[in-house]
Design a protein around this ligand. Structure first.
Ligand SMILES: [Zn+2]
Length: 130
């Protein structure tokens, strides 16, 4: 089963939840650290940077994303926009920035490096989140 990245909106920690696709659609996972169910799906670096078959399991209908070329940043941007609208959730400013930069042709690796928040360590510290 694929791992999904979430960010806990209560304790601000990044966590990974293992869910089948069917569960992903309906499950209300709780934060293992504080028990909150205020989890926001995160677009993790793994699924941006790596080619991984399990990544595709998160898609309801692969044919609707059939033109994804993960070696082409613009194709990835289009894919991510579509994925975002399918989820119907606010994926946050990070997501939008990543998509914009992919669309401009920037390599995913260089986007990651310039966005420390996607690398697992909080940029602003516990009190930097105003
Ligand atoms: Zn939490």
């Amino acid at each position: 089963m694929p791992l999904y990245d979430y960010r806990c909106l209560n304790c601000q920690q990044k966590i990974a939840v293992r869910l089948s696709y069917a569960e992903y659609d309906t499950a209300r996972p709780k934060c293992p650290l504080c028990g909150s169910d205020r989890l926001q799906r995160a677009i993790g670096r793994v699924r941006i940077a790596k080619s991984d078959d399990t990544r595709m399991e998160s898609l309801a209908d692969p044919s609707s994303f059939g033109d994804l070329d993960e070696n082409d940043p613009r194709s990835m941007a289009k894919f991510m926009r579509k994925m975002g609208s399918e989820m119907g959730e606010d994926l946050g400013p990070e997501f939008g920035e990543v998509v914009d930069r992919l669309e401009s042709g920037e390599a995913p690796e260089s986007i990651e490096q310039s966005m420390p928040d996607m690398g697992g360590s909080p940029a602003g510290g516990p009190d930097g989140d105003l």
